[in-house]
Design a protein around this ligand. Sequence first.
Ligand SMILES: [Zn+2]
Length: 222
Amino acid sequence: MKALVLFSGGLDSTVLATQLKSEGAETRLLSIDYGQRHARELKRAEKIAQALELPQQVLSLPDLGPLLGGSSLTDDKVKLPEGHYAEESMKATVVPNRNMILLALAGGHALSIGFDTIAYAAHAGDHTIYPDCRPEFADAMETALGLADWEKLSLHRPFVHLSKTDLVNKGAELGAPLHLTWSCYAGREIHCGKCGTCVERKEAFALAKIPDPTEYEDSTPV
Ligand SMILES: [Zn+2]
């Protein structure tokens, strides 16, 4: 398998990249700046790529953000919700059609470099809030990508039925650089500890019974 990983610098895609490398797949990383509020994750993505010794490319499309307004991740006017990840209020963090856009860009790049697979790390905990993380979306996207070129292109999504806790466990087992990963949506110097993804991150380490290496502004346990 020659896999191009859609690589945000978050925990999920870091575990995915580590797993592919450990399986011996030829692996490259693609990180995309789509004008996200939490651009800090891109800096972490570079560090993680170095730690994993995997080639990484960063595609800079910050002008995409204003076109995808209405989400608290791309629009400063929309307040970032705090609380539990699975709450209805977290729908404010949905970026319209993000994964189709990012997977389409990754698909073009994968084909251009002769890769046969795109890998993305959507997991089961994402489904309740993010419609473009549902298995049905991934299935349809694979069909579309398979029809987009004469060459075969698969969409590898091994985590769609796993929980965030499963991914923390898997990452710890594989020796993934979890301490370098970035989850927080608030876009400050360290993890806020209160936004939905920080809460999800804290909860996943706690449930996995793996020490959480993250520095939080608010380290109150969930
Ligand atoms: Zn946060």
